[in-house]
Design a protein around this ligand. Structure first.
Ligand code: ADP
Ligand code: F6P
Length: 326
């Protein structure tokens, strides 16, 4: 196994609060171990075009508290092609980068897996996405902050919903995963969540209404995951207007507000711990793994497992929401 002298770090896909804390941790831990660091801008795009800068400890000063990513991020269709990845490999060679730390979601880690296998490059991934949809980790970087953003938004919506006796459908992000909607609903006292995991199993809207929805309250809030399978909040509200016209319905789409803002303490801590673990993993000879966190312990999850898109929703949470919304 060749010694790693220089690592490249990049953020890719949707940004997530805490990515900066992860970049800081990766950079400082590498330098601590005598490894040089190159910051790669705009994800895989910068790896192809060579938008790369030598990073010293001061490059990552004063960023642990900042949302977004100082390295910028991008979606890069070219990296999905063998030609694009070959260009990226050439850039790595030109800049003397021996290994990569990729901070991103499901797509970014799928790309990392292909790239690592094709060119035999050591790559370690960090789960950076508000969606919390990577398998093998209890948490992803950015999820907790996004959840808190949702909760503070729903608290405000509750005031107007109850003043007007209205039914609100609040659409949250998650990209075919219901973690934000389900836990957001529990934390904000919403009456129900309509999530992709059950979209084909049951009629969640009808069930919510038939279960005595609004029995004891004059206003209600339902969180809806943005997704093709749920149809999103607009579609659900259109259905209510047709099938249950007694409700005065409104829709709020929280959108990209969920991706911004200063990271929560939890996101800063997991990002910092995962960054340290990423460099230690590379030094141990680990490759093609994502750093995960399970029961507060750091674990290595092979890329092939992490990206399987089958992270299960905890049914206790579904039951808790059902009980608490009576
Ligand atoms: P996220 O990482 O947040 O899930 P995307 O799904 O948009 O975001 O993926 C980010 C980038 O990762 C894509 O623009 C592309 O460059 C790369 N990528 C995604 N899937 C693959 C794949 N199967 N092969 C190679 N690269 C991929
Ligand atoms: O993966 C993170 C995420 O915010 C998803 O929840 C959402 O579906 C998607 O990215 C939106 O991406 P874009 O940046 O293209 O609007």
């Amino acid at each position: 196994m060749a010694t790693i002298k220089c690592i490249g770090v990049l953020t890719s896909g949707g940004d997530a609060p805490g990515m900066n804390a992860a970049i800081r941790s990766v950079t400082r831990t590498a330098i601590y171990h005598g490894i040089r660091v190159k910051g790669i801008y705009r994800g895989y795009k910068g790896l192809i075009t060579g938008e790369i800068e030598d990073f010293e400890t001061q490059h990552v000063s004063n960023i642990v508290q900042r949302g977004g990513t100082i390295l910028k991020t991008a979606r890069c269709p070219e990296f999905c092609t063998p030609e694009g990845r070959a260009l990226a490999y050439e850039t790595m060679r030109t800049h003397g980068i021996d290994a990569l730390v990729v901070i991103g979601g499901d797509g970014s880690l799928s790309g990392a897996r292909e790239f690592a296998e094709e060119f035999d490059i050591p790559i370690v991934g960090l789960p950076g996405t508000i969606d919390n949809d990577l398998y093998g980790t209890d948490l992803t970087i950015g999820y907790d902050t996004a959840l808190n953003t949702i909760v503070s938004a729903v608290d405000k919506i509750r005031d107007t919903a109850s003043s007007h006796d209205r039914l609100f459908f609040v659409e949250v992000m998650g990209r075919e995963a219901g973690f934000l909607a389900l836990n957001g609903a529990i934390a904000s006292g919403a009456e129900a969540a309509i999530i992709p995991e059950f979209a084909f199993e049951k009629d969640q809207l009808a069930e919510t209404i038939e279960n005595g929805f609004r029995k004891t309250k004059n206003s209600s809030i339902v969180l809806v995951s943005e997704s093709e399978s749920t149809g999103g909040a607009m579609k659900v509200a259109e259905r209510v207007e047709k099938e249950y016209p007694q409700f005065d319905v409104r829709v709020v789409i929280l959108g990209h507000i969920q991706r911004g803002g200063s990271p929560s303490a939890q996101d800063r801590i997991i990002a910092s711990r995962m960054g340290v673990a990423a460099i230690e993993a590379l030094l141990e000879g680990q490759r093609n793994v994502m750093i995960g966190i399970v029961n507060d312990a750091l674990v290595y999850v092979p890329f092939s497992k992490a990206i399987k898109k089958n992270k299960p929703i905890d049914t206790d949470l579904v039951e808790a929401l059902r009980i608490l919304s009576i």
